[in-house]
Structures are given as structure tokens and as C-alpha cells.
Write a protein that binds this ligand. Structure first.
Ligand code: ASP
Length: 231
């Protein structure tokens, strides 16, 4: 929730085959912001903010909702009582590789807790919040947008892959770059064109899950060194 007690969402998607992308920011009352980003990408790549993003969603038959439905009772109470609001993890990111070698990345967020109305972070910015290129890999990021943007975190990770680095090392390189150049916490998930997986973060933790053809069920991690199976 932002400073006004509202939810404003940002989302973007990128297609690694064509480098097409679509993005929205500061939209309200849209049930699945990532679906709007995808539709924009398929229609004509552009970045639509606030009412223009909402109008696009409505005109293209995407699911709308009452903007209050996006706020849980618990969050609303916290906000009303001006409680010491927890900085909740707000971002969901995804990278995928299909059997034809097509990579894609998507990132969706409610931004940072208590952000000022209209503030937009990195999540919907191609290069910072996500990147996908069939020739290299796909990346999605999370964390402090104000720190992620100046180091163009997703593209920094992707560029490290270009040197034949394993995605785990490339992700760590991107996070090291952020740590060395700006303050702040962030994380990224990375997939290369061979389907190798990597991630890194300098926050206390970051939950990650992945599924491959060889697995019966997703591998789920709440911390980098831990995994547990989904029941
Ligand atoms: N990166 C998002 C932003 O700055 C927040 C997050 O990842 O939770 O808007």
C-alpha cells in the first residue's frame, strides 16, 4: 500500500525471441497487471501509465476489479493504525525457457510499502526490472528500485552471461555490482539459453522456485542454501 492507502501496480513482460516488451505502471483496479503487460507486448510495445494502462486493460477485455479488493484486511488495519508497517515483499518475477529455445521474463509489483502516490520503481523498466534475449538469457529482479535502476540490474546480469558465465555467478556479479556502486538490497533470478538456473540476493532472504522437465515437482527455496519439496 502506498502513502494514500492505495495499491498501485507496475508490471512488464519481455519476449526474448523478438525483444518485444510491454509495460504498465501506477495502475489501479486491474486484477492481473502482468496480463495487461503481456497484451501490450503482443499489441505494440509501449509503456502505459495510470489511466492509460487501466483504459487499455478495459478495452481489451482484461479482468478488472474494485481497487479495494487488492488490499487485505490486515494490511488495511496496519495502514489505518499507522502501525510500524512491515516492508513486505511486493514483487513477483518469472523467467521461462520453452522447448524451442524461446526465453521470456515478467515482473509484477505493488512497489515498496508506503511509497508516495505515483512512485514507480524498476519492475516495469526493461533492463532494470527484467530482460530477455534468446541469444543470452532471461532475468527478473526485485528489491529497492532506486538502487536497481542506476545499475540496470537485469541487463547487468544478462551481460555477464554473455561471457559464458554460469547464471549463478552472473546473478552474483550483478548483485555485487549493486553492492559496490549503490546502497540498497536487491535480488535477481536468471536463466540462460541452455536452461541453467541461477539467483543471488543481498537481502536477508528471497524465495525462489523452479520447475524443469526432469523434476516431478517444483524445487522451492526460502533461502539460497535451503530447499524443500512442495507437499
Ligand atoms: N522493485 C520494486 C520497486 O522498487 C519493489 C520490490 O521488489 O518489492 O518498486
Amino acid at each position: 500500500m502506498n502513502s494514500e492507502g492505495e495499491v498501485e501496480d507496475d508490471a512488464a513482460m519481455m519476449d526474448g525471441a523478438t525483444l518485444a516488451w510491454g509495460a504498465i505502471a501506477a495502475v489501479q483496479g486491474v486484477r492481473h497487471p502482468i496480463s495487461v503487460a503481456r497484451k501490450i507486448m503482443e499489441d505494440k510495445p509501449r509503456f502505459l501509465v495510470a489511466e492509460s494502462g487501466e483504459r487499455f486493460a478495459l478495452e481489451h477485455g482484461l479482468e478488472m476489479c474494485d481497487k479495494d479488493e487488492l488490499v487485505s484486511e490486515e494490511q488495511y488495519q496496519e495502514w489505518k493504525e499507522e502501525a510500524n508497517v512491515l516492508d513486505r515483499p511486493n514483487t513477483v518475477g518469472c523467467v521461462a525457457l520453452d522447448s524451442s529455445g524461446n526465453l521470456a521474463a515478467g515482473t509484477s509489483t505493488g512497489g515498496t510499502t508506503g511509497q508516495s502516490q505515483g512512485r514507480v520503481g524498476d519492475s516495469a523498466l526493461v533492463g532494470s526490472g527484467l530482460y530477455a534475449d534468446n541469444q543470452l538469457g532471461a532475468c527478473s529482479t526485485t528489491g529497492d528500485g532506486e538502487s536497481i535502476i542506476p545499475v540496470v540490474l537485469a541487463k547487468t546480469a544478462i551481460d555477464a552471461l554473455a561471457e559464458e558465465t554460469h547464471p549463478d555467478q552472473a546473478a552474483q556479479h550483478a548483485i555485487n555490482t549493486l553492492k559496490a556502486r549503490v546502497k540498497g538490497e536487491a535480488g535477481c533470478i536468471l536463466l540462460d539459453r541452455q536452461g541453467r538456473i541461477g539467483w543471488a540476493y543481498n537481502s536477508d532472504n528471497m524465495a525462489v522456485a523452479y520447475m524443469t522437465e526432469a523434476l516431478q515437482q517444483p524445487a522451492v527455496f526460502t533461502e539460497k542454501e535451503q530447499s524443500f519439496a512442495i507437499a
